[in-house]
Design a protein around this ligand. Structure first.
Ligand code: PEP
Ligand code: CO
Length: 454
């Protein structure tokens, strides 16, 4: 690894780190970092390299990345059912995308570590008094009192423990039979199957089952193929709280390279991707695939320097650019970035986050997103890449497996008036399972159009 010679596991401390909590007692934080540093890694370097290989294929137009999950995971919503249901909807989306477009789908959850949030303001005024903003359960509690909002480093340990249990369950589900393609029907939950997208899904599931039985009748028993029985499912989160990331960094015994072992893929948020900031410094030295959120304030020259800093060897699979401009702004923001990246010959995977540029607040003061705005941004993403002949390599989505009412429109026809019915997100509004399945069908069509053009 060609780290800048000055990189060390804590060299990020020499750079300004935005969006960090004001920990009340640094010696408590130090103890926690020490404890986590001696805990087992959550993921292994070999798995991280497998993801990098799959993302390299996506860079070369041979795969599509589906990255999806909660905006923020919660310490209070931690059950096998909710993890299973989130996994189900991601598996369903992947089947729809693969079946519809013929392109393999790389599956990465925003899960098992997505506990920290950047905020637009450090404080919030409650009853006329400023208190610290809620920064995710890894840092503090959402209850609006000064006491609940005080950052508590013990929460890093709780986040590690919950992530470990979540990952354990995900490994069991994806390798232990639940994700077996011959069970494709059983992932369709009642709430989804009664919708038209759900019924459309049933047809695909039936086709897949018929194909598997046909092959079996011909003497080829795919039911026992590992590629049918098991799924590669990877984890990711925003690398925001750098003490946590540092504490879970490990040196791989085979390559002797440093890996961030809190997740397979880490991304840097739109608010913390400063060229001379602590977050880019930290991720520049670890070997994981790195995502960079790219919002409206990025200029082409700056983006080039970010890519160069993170990937001086220009390795395909190392960098994923997650663009998030909003329905209208994508039209003039994305093209110059693609042009510049192409001109420089950089290997990057372009994926679209159509959620974060399309958030608005209703008259009743509820944060939401309109499914049609989200789809419009995706449509432009595919069209712009088609025009440039570049590969629209994936989507980055906030969703849940439940029947929540957080985003308006789409299959469920949720209206602004109905948002309060089941609004449970701790942070940004998520697609519910029906909206997610609906989206997958539409994206499969767009992907097919781009693929055929190539
Ligand atoms: C997020 O993905 O939840 C997020 C905060 O995104 P961004 O950094 O793009 O604003
Ligand atoms: Co979000």
């Amino acid at each position: 690894m060609k780290n800048s010679s000055s990189w060390t596991i804590d060299s990020w401390k020499n750079f300004p780190a935005l969006q960090q909590p004001e920990w009340p007692d640094l010696s408590d934080l130090e103890k926690v970092v020490k404890e986590l540093s001696s805990c087992p890694p959550m993921v292994f370097a070999g798995e991280i390299r497998l993801l990098e290989n799959q993302l390299e294929k996506a860079c070369n137009r041979q795969a599509f990345l589906l990255q999806a999950g909660d905006c923020a995971e919660s310490f209070l919503d931690f059950s096998a059912d909710s993890i299973r249901d989130k996994l189900k909807v991601i598996l369903q989306m992947a089947v729809i995308l693969t079946y519809g477009s013929g392109v393999p789908v790389v599956k990465v959850g925003r899960i098992a570590g997505q506990f920290a949030k950047p905020r637009s303001s450090d404080t919030e005024i409650v009853d006329g008094v400023p208190i610290p903003s809620f920064r995710g359960h890894m840092v503090n509690d959402e209850t609006p009192t000064a006491e609940a909002r005080r950052p508590n480093p013990q929460r890093l340990i709780t986040a590690y423990n919950q992530s470990t249990s979540t990952l354990n369950l995900l490994r069991a589900f994806t390798k232990g039979g639940f994700a077996d393609l011959s069970r494709v029907h059983s992932w369709n939950r009642e709430f989804v199957s009664s919708s038209s997208a759900g019924q459309h899904y049933e047809k695909i599931a039936m086709d897949i089952e018929r194909a598997l039985s046909f092959m079996k009748a011909c003497g080829i028993d795919l039911y026992n193929e590992p590629t049918i029985k098991e799924v590669d499912f990877f984890t990711s989160h925003e690398a925001l709280i750098l003490e946590y990331e540092q504490a879970l960094t490990r040196i791989d015994s085979i390559t002797e390279d440093p890996y961030g072992c809190s997740a397979h893929m880490l991304w840097v948020g739109d608010r913390t991707r400063q060229l001379n900031g602590a977050h880019l410094e930290y991720v520049s030295g670890i070997k994981n695939p790195i995502g960079v959120k790219v919002g409206n304030s990025v200029e082409p020259d700056e983006l080039i320097q970010v890519i160069d800093k993170l990937n001086p060897e220009n390795k395909a699979g190392r960098i994923t650019l997650i663009t998030r401009f909003g329905r209208d702004k994508i039209q003039h923001k994305l093209p110059p970035l693609i042009e510049t990246v192409e001109k420089n010959g950089f290997n990057v995977l372009w994926i679209c986050d159509p959620m974060h540029g399309n958030t608005y607040v209703t008259e009743n003061n509820i944060k939401t997103r309109d499914f049609s705005d989200v789809m419009d941004e995706l449509k432009s993403f595919f069209e712009i890449h088609k025009k440039f002949g570049t590969w629209p390599g994936g989507i980055h989505i906030e969703l849940t497996g439940d029947g929540v009412t957080e985003c308006v429109g789409g299959e469920t026809e949720t209206s602004e008036e109905n948002l309060e019915l089941r609004y449970t997100t701790m942070c940004d509004p998520r697609l519910n399972a029906r909206q997610a399945i609906d989206m997958a069908f539409r994206v499969a069509d767009m992907l097919t159009a781009n693929k055929n053009r190539a």
